[in-house]
Design a protein around this ligand. Structure first.
Ligand code: MRU
Length: 350
């Protein structure tokens, strides 16, 4: 993976690649507070479950750093407000809440220290989460690559690549690792209406690396499967329930149903931080609904009639029974269910 960083820490600021304007424009925006970072997450400057988690961790560190000169009570109040505004930025990706919990633990460890030490500690903690996400993606890639035969034509939905993580990617990380292992892999990228993560981000990201990618309209996937032109599906996840149900970008469920109809393996690549053991099944996963403007047009172009009623749920839930395997940094779980995920969560990384 070369040429871009999704997030980077530069001279005490968080810089994020603005994913709203890719691929036409490659620009980084700088962030100096938790509220600004939360707005960047909400407005999709950064998106993708693991990347949102890392951004939120930096948001906490920025707030602590900004409040160094405040009195002890004001520092605590501002940091709590920072946690709060970040937690409200997006509801579905559990990595956000997972990262905020880790950062709260880190704060508790050093809460009795000076504000300077707390701020420094939280910056290092965010950088550690950043590095750990890349390492998890690399491990996932190694485990998942074994599932792909050389010559495989792989369909993916949304963007679960380097742009959605701290680097390498989850679903696209598996593809990258398979290619690094010497396999010949080509990708079909669903365009992913309405925000076009597939057309704008996955296509761009894979082309940066010279990985063969063909862009298709979302509704072309079933046809290509029926013609035997797709060998496997790999997607990422925003939250995996304790029973293996998977919340991911809207449209993932229909891809899983059609893959099942054609006996094509449907793989989900997600780090342990995406598994929410507190949620028994997918029905309880909060599903974000975003602004209708994402459906009525794109950018400055509007194609739907003024006043039309719109729904814009941006995630859906694929039942575990349609998931051939869950690829994690701890290994591959075939036909995931509650018992297998319990064992996985209790296991140590290998
Ligand atoms: O709305 P987005 O772009 O944040 O949705 C992203 C997805 O659905 C990804 O597939 C998921 O976060 C996995 S990213 C490794």
């Amino acid at each position: 993976m070369k040429g871009f960083e999704t997030l980077r820490w530069r001279e005490g600021k968080l810089e994020m690649l603005d994913q709203r304007v890719l691929p036409a424009t490659v620009q980084y925006l700088a962030y100096t507070s938790a509220a600004e970072t939360a707005a960047g997450i909400r407005d999709m400057v950064v998106r993708g479950a693991p990347a949102i988690g890392v951004a939120a961790a930096y948001g906490v560190a920025l707030e602590a750093s900004r409040q160094r000169a405040a009195g002890a009570a004001a520092f605590k109040t501002a940091l709590e407000a920072g946690f709060d505004v970040l937690a409200k930025s997006r509801p579905t990706a559990v990595n956000l809440f997972w990262a905020l919990e880790r950062m709260r633990d880190e704060w508790q460890h050093v809460a009795a220290s000076s504000k300077e030490i707390i701020a420094e500690h939280l910056i290092v903690a965010a950088q550690d989460l950043h590095a750990a996400d890349i390492a998890a993606n690399r491990a996932m890639g190694r485990h998942g690559a074994a599932l792909l035969a050389s010559g495989a034509r792989v369909l993916t939905h949304c963007n679960a690549g380097a742009l959605a993580t701290a680097g390498h990617g989850t679903a696209l990380g598996v593809i990258r690792s398979a290619i690094e292992a010497g396999k010949s892999i080509s990708v079909y990228a669903d365009e992913t209406r309405p925000f076009l993560q597939g057309a704008r981000l996955t296509a761009w990201e894979l082309m940066q690396d010279g990985i063969p990618v063909t862009l298709i309209a979302d509704n072309a996937a079933a046809f290509l499967m029926s013609r035997g032109e797709i060998d496997a599906v790999i997607v990422g996840a925003d939250r995996v329930a304790a029973n293996g149900d998977v919340a991911n970008k809207i449209g993932t469920y229909s891809v899983a149903v059609v893959a099942n109809r054609h006996r094509i393996p449907f793989y989900v690549a997600a780090p342990i931080s995406t598994i929410d053991a507190a949620i028994a099944g997918g029905a309880q996963i909060p599903i974000e609904e975003r602004n209708e403007s994402e459906v009525t047009g794109y950018g400055n172009v509007r194609w739907a009639p003024a006043g039309v009623k719109v729904r814009n749920p941006v995630f859906d839930v694929t039942p575990a029974e349609l998931v051939s395997a869950l690829i994690t940094e701890r290994g591959v779980v075939h036909a995931p269910d509650t018992a297998k995920l319990k064992i996985l969560l209790a296991a140590k990384q290998n």
